[in-house]
Design a binder for this molecule. Structure first.
Ligand SMILES: NC(=O)C1=CN([C@@H]2O[C@H](COP(=O)(O)OP(=O)(O)OC[C@H]3O[C@@H](n4cnc5c(N)ncnc54)[C@H](O)[C@@H]3O)[C@@H](O)[C@H]2O)C=CC1
Length: 403
């Protein structure tokens, strides 16, 4: 353990180099493996972040009992990328080569032995998780309805070919043959239905290849692939009042939780804040108004920017609205929306007295771009000082877990 941690501390300082070397080594020695990875430069950048985020997670949790279940879930979910035992061996070889390269003179035989053994434990746990799972590697799901709200927002209703287990508030990863090997996370916009159908709420991002394909090209009859549902933002039934705060299509998981609460009403009052870039983007307003009229425990506040202001001014207006409402120390708060919106709002809520352990959200990366603002990839120094939320689909937290 000690050797791994101290050796990783050296590699971490040269993370960008290590990860680039790793992929170059892997693809050079195993040309066929390249096809399993995204073709686009942006997506490969995202993939590099993901690998490093997963490695960091593993090293940080070496002595934690959650590590093996996490790795088993990760292995189960990697089946959708067509990962087989031969790939685990190839990855191990390239990983050791990359660690040695990045460590320079700090690399020594004990480090190589410790990493080789550790990698074998990781690969064995992942392969065991993959072999033990009764889930399919992915779920094929037919698009049965494609509703557009304006030009860039759509709700796609899918019918999975097999039962797709999920809880209200969770997300899935989505892939389309129109953009091969690209997977993006989308929240599920409905509580489980008797007919098994699912809604994806999609906001098209300029330059976002999958979101553009889903909004502009996908049609009823198309078949998408879904990874297993995951995510921690599911409703906790506690003896406390609740606030939901949703921005943009971050409304989707909140809608799923509210649908469930409409069926099984809570004992406590629920406040809902819905934030959008303009009135036209309050695309589910008729349903929300109907809920506000019929559910006595629900109060709703809509927030959009002042006329002529930038879309993010809605977040400032939300801050004012939240500051004017009390009771934050007593509340459970569920937050959903763009990553920066979640960061700012959770920070504000803590300032207003909300307890950090009662603010719930998932780090669902923005679809389509490698950074929030879509600008150039970060240099390593920036990355280190301002690490982005890991761009990977955290497979843990799915319920029920059956090992
Ligand atoms: N579970 C979750 O947290 C979910 C997150 N999302 C994410 O929500 C986003 C939705 O995108 P759109 O509907 O196009 O939203 P949008 O771009 O229209 O933004 C909606 C509102 O969020 C706030 N906002 C956006 N960017 C901000 C920033 N950088 N700083 C402060 N406030 C900001 C603004 O008030 C804006 O009016 C995507 O990034 C998606 O990945 C979507 C579904 C679920």
């Amino acid at each position: 353990m000690r050797i791994l941690k101290s050796s990783f501390a050296v590699v971490e300082r040269r993370a960008e180099h290590a990860v680039k070397f790793f992929y170059s080594h892997l693809f050079w020695h195993n040309p066929g493996v390249r096809d399993l990875f995204p073709a686009s430069f942006e997506d490969m950048e995202r993939q590099r972040d993901r690998l490093f985020a997963a490695l960091t997670h593993v090293i940080a949790h070496l002595e934690n009992e959650t590590l093996v279940p996490y790795l088993r879930d990760l292995g189960r979910d990697h089946r959708k990328f067509l990962a087989g035992p031969e790939h685990y061996a190839a990855v191990g070889t390239s990983l050791i080569a990359a660690l040695a390269e990045a460590s320079g003179s700090a690399w020594h035989p004990q480090a190589e032995k410790a990493w080789s053994e550790a990698y074998q434990v990781i690969a064995d746990a992942m392969m065991a998780g993959a072999a033990a799972s009764d889930d399919p590697p992915w779920w094929d799901a037919e698009v049965v309805r494609h509703l557009l709200y304006g030009e860039d927002i759509g709700v796609l209703t899918l019918r999975p070919h097999q039962h797709f287990p999920h809880l209200p508030g969770q997300y899935t990863s989505v892939s389309s043959d129109r953009v091969p090997t690209t997977w993006r996370t989308y929240s599920l916009g409905n509580a489980p239905r008797a007919d098994g159908t699912l809604d994806l709420h999609v906001s098209r991002i300029e330059g976002g290849r999958l979101s553009t394909a889903l909004i502009r090209e996908t049609q009823p009859g198309d078949v998408l692939r879904l990874g297993a549902a995951g995510g921690q933002m599911t409703f906790r039934r506690e003896d406390r009042p609740v606030s939901f705060i949703a921005a943009g299509t971050g409304w989707a998981p909140v809608r799923a939780m509210l649908e469930d609460l409409a069926e099984h009403p809570p004992d406590q009052d629920v406040r809902l804040f819905v934030v959008a870039r303009d009135a036209a983007h309050l695309y589910d307003r008729p349903l929300i108004d109907a809920y506000a009229d019929s559910l006595g425990w629900l109060s709703v506040t809509y927030i959009t920017p002042a006329p002529g202001q930038h879309r993010n001014q809605a977040t400032d207006r939300l801050a004012t609205a939240l500051s004017n409402r009390g009771l934050w120390p007593d509340q459970d708060v569920y937050l959903s929306g763009p990553p920066q919106f979640i960061r700012e709002t959770s920070y504000l809520l803590e300032e207003l007295g909300a307890r950090p352990d009662r603010i719930f959200y998932d780090s669902v990366p923005a679809s389509g771009k490698s950074q929030d603002d879509g600008s150039r990839p970060m240099g390593f120094g920036e990355w280190f000082l301002n690490r982005p939320d890991p761009h990977w689909h955290n497979p843990s937290g799915r319920a029920p877990r059956e090992y």
